[in-house]
Every structure is written in structure tokens, then in C-alpha cells.
Design a protein around this ligand. Sequence first.
Ligand SMILES: CC(C)(COP(=O)(O)OP(=O)(O)OC[C@H]1O[C@@H](n2cnc3c(N)ncnc32)[C@H](O)[C@@H]1OP(=O)(O)O)[C@@H](O)C(=O)NCCC(=O)NCCS
Length: 196
Amino acid sequence: MKKKLIIYGASGHGKVAADIAKLNGYEDIIFYDDDQVKNKFGPFQVIHVFPEEKDYDLFIAIGDNKTRELISKRFDDIVTLIHPSAVIGEDVTLGNGVIVMANAVINPGTVIGDGTIINTCSSIDHDNIIGKYNHFSVASHSAGTVITGDRVFAGIGAVIVNNVSICDDVLIGAGGVVIDDIKEKGTYIGVPVKKK
Ligand SMILES: CC(C)(COP(=O)(O)OP(=O)(O)OC[C@H]1O[C@@H](n2cnc3c(N)ncnc32)[C@H](O)[C@@H]1OP(=O)(O)O)[C@@H](O)C(=O)NCCC(=O)NCCS
């Protein structure tokens, strides 16, 4: 039987998820989107109502952390997608609905919470505890023993040094370097980062 997948969210992020899903053996991929005007997304069909027959897997491809969390909580089972070029240490734990993109590296002892995006060429080093619905953007890096809360966004090229803890709902701007714990939610930019 064909492996079937519905990707929730016909967006750029969804397009990358579809590519990875194909490499994970999904042969029949369709998108779900609230936007009634979208009926086609590249080569993919877009549906606006979920089929009654539950013969498909589901992946939530919403870039915004909070929205992805809200939507994910409506569903029991969300698949995890891993690009074949990603390097994942043996005792790494990945939650439901995680996506690990091309050339990302997750080193041993790390836990990645539900719905987190580990984007292209990013790396999460050993013994990190990464919360739920985080997004580590393209080429962002966390060193060893980093802890993040939920809905943390690390912008493109952001760096988090070792042994740092970051609370819930923190956005680290593109290129930001985190050298100390962040205990208050908000947006942090610069080298080293300061609250915006
Ligand atoms: C931090 C961020 C969210 C701020 O966005 P914003 O609120 O729209 O901010 P603005 O563009 O209005 O900039 C406000 C000020 O912050 C500065 N600033 C913005 N982003 C910055 C960054 N990443 N690093 C350093 N300074 C930054 C701007 O230069 C500007 O400075 P000024 O007031 O002296 O002119 C955004 O710039 C950013 O870095 N987003 C990350 C995007 C990303 O990585 N996407 C990856 C997807 S895979």
C-alpha cells in the first residue's frame, strides 16, 4: 500500500517538508490549507476538509511556533520527518511532529521536544534538552548542554554557547550570539544578544 501523507500548511516550509517526506518513502502527498483559494501547490493537490478515511499520516508544516503548537494540539498523531543526510546521535530522542532538515546534526544525549524544527545545516550538540515547538533556523547552532523552554526561535545563523538555559517564548534574531542564560521572554539581538 502507498504511504500517504497530508501536510498541514501550503507554504515554503511545507514545500521543504514535502521534499523530505518523499525521501522518507511517502508516495502520495497532499496539502491541507485553510485558504480556500489555494487548490494547487506546485505539483500537489490542496484540500480544505480532512478526508473521513484515516488512511494517511499527518505532518504540521507551520513555521510560526505558537501557531504550530495550537494546530498540533488538535491531533493525536503527527509524524516526524528526518532528511536522510541528517546526522542523529544514537541516544537522541525526537518528539512527535519534529522535522530534521538536510545536513542538520543532533549529537548524543539530546532530547528534542514535540513539533520542533531543526532546519537545514543547523546543529544541536550533545546533551541538549530542547523544548516543544522550537525552531532552530538555517545554520543556527547550539553547543553542549543547552536547555531551551517551549517556543524558542533561533534565527538564521544564531549561536548559543554551552551550558546556557533559555526560557519559553524567546526569539533570538538572525546572527545573534547567546552567551548567558535568558530568563525573560522577548526578542534578543546582537553579539552578544541584548533584549530588543
Ligand atoms: C530580530 C527580528 C525579529 C527583528 O525584526 P523587526 O522587529 O521587524 O525589527 P526591524 O527590522 O524593525 O529592526 C529594528 C532594529 O533592530 C535591528 N535588528 C533587526 N534584526 C537584527 C538582528 N538580527 N541583529 C542585529 N540587529 C537587528 C535593525 O537594524 C534595527 O535597528 P535600528 O533601530 O538601529 O535601525 C528580525 O530582524 C530577525 O532577525 N528575524 C529572524 C529571521 C530569521 O532568522 N528567519 C530564518 C527563517 S529559517
